[in-house]
Write a protein that binds this ligand. Structure first.
Ligand code: 5GP
Ligand code: MN
Length: 334
């Protein structure tokens, strides 16, 4: 829950017109982009100049969100992003707990003199990266936290359909469509409020989940049929895809989103890993059920982090060697 002093500080800062940058983590997901665009629309309503700058491009199924056309990807437009950041008074950092999650854009942000505000729901935020910190690891999503903050600063009256749809996407995607344990009655109360504000819930589910290419479904079929490694004695499963396989299935950013969850839908599987080789980098998505802390595994072995049951990181070795490394890790899980 947002604390009183942060709310007071935020209200004071927003009292006069500001030039504001809103940014979020690399590979922005529904919560990252939904919470960023929600804050963007609110700040515009409040009379500020605002820009959303993401470190890189994001999944196609999020590109219908209101305001998405104005988002600048740093990797694709470095000069413009740098200029806007340099001229800003204020930077909102959304859905991240460490500056390195901003990837290539991190230095531009950390070296800027702008005041910085962090809004996030990950464990252990780096308290040095911002002047005002809203951190609530109990919150289902950064989007849910944004709703609470808007309410606390007394601007609920500015909520509109655009903001409601952005927040709905953030909450829906980070709760696995309201099924993860982080989903509370308060989450449902907020979702109810967002629908009352005009969020078209059935349309949103359709645009996010039922709007993919047939190549993606073929890739999913390939993963489940040919690439699923099961370790029943360890309650674990791994799926991996190398660069060649992704190319064969005409991979588009976002295509493998959610694949890791299929492992966890198998009875007794409590640990799941999904490994991909993208742009020369071997990336891991880790998921678990119960008290297997995948964020600690990601941090210890893969220079990453995340939540207890959903985390990610990078491997320094090949896909096959990463599988071997994971098999060792799995053997040591109790
Ligand atoms: P995903 O597996 O969907 O990419 O990410 C799951 C969770 O892990 C998200 O909360 C995300 O913020 C976090 N995460 C993913 N990759 C990384 C990483 O490389 N570093 C850190 N610190 N967190 C990550
Ligand atoms: Mn999130």
């Amino acid at each position: 829950m947002p604390m009183k002093s942060q709310i007071k500080d935020l209200k004071e800062i927003l009292n006069s017109p500001k030039k504001i940058v809103i940014t979020t983590h690399k590979g922005a997901d529904g919560d990252a982009i939904g919470s960023s665009l929600a804050i963007y629309h609110l700040l515009k309503e409040l009379g500020h100049q605002a820009h959303v700058i993401t470190p890189d491009d994001y999944a196609y199924f999020l590109k219908w969100l209101p305001g998405t056309k104005n988002v600048i990807a740093y990797d694709d437009n470095k000069e413009k992003a740098e200029e806007i950041t340099k001229e800003s008074d204020l930077i909102f950092m959304m859905d991240l707990n460490q500056a390195n999650r901003l990837s290539n854009y991190a230095n531009i942000v950390t070296s800027s003199n702008s005041k910085k505000i962090l809004i996030d729901h990950h464990e252990d935020p780096d308290l040095n990266i911002a002047d005002i910190i809203f951190s609530d690891k109990k919150s289902s999503s950064t989007a849910e936290l944004v709703f609470e903050i808007i309410e606390k600063i007394g601007e609920k009256g500015l909520l509109n359909k655009n903001i409601a749809e952005c927040l709905y996407v953030g909450i829906m995607t980070d709760t696995g469509s309201f099924k993860y344990p982080s989903t509370t009655s308060r989450t449902h109360d907020i979702i109810s409020a967002l629908i009352q504000l005009g969020a078209e819930n059935a349309k949103i589910h359709d645009l996010i989940y039922d709007n993919t290419s047939s190549a993606r479904i073929a890739l999913l079929g390939y993963c489940l049929n040919k690439k699923l490694l099961l370790y029943p004695e360890n309650n674990a499963a791994i799926i991996s895809l190398n660069a060649k396989e992704l190319k064969e299935f005409n991979f588009q950013k976002g295509d493998t989103e959610g694949f890791v969850n299929y492992c966890l839908s198998i009875k007794n599987i409590k640990f799941a890993a999904f490994i991909t080789e993208k742009e020369g980098i071997v990336k891991l998505s880790l998921r678990s059920k119960g008290n297997i802390k995948v964020n600690e595994i990601a941090k210890k072995y893969f220079n990453g982090g995340g939540h207890i049951n959903a985390a990610g990181g990078i491997s320094k070795v090949s896909v096959n060697e990463t599988i071997k490394e994971l098999e060792n890790i799995i053997n040591n899980l109790k």
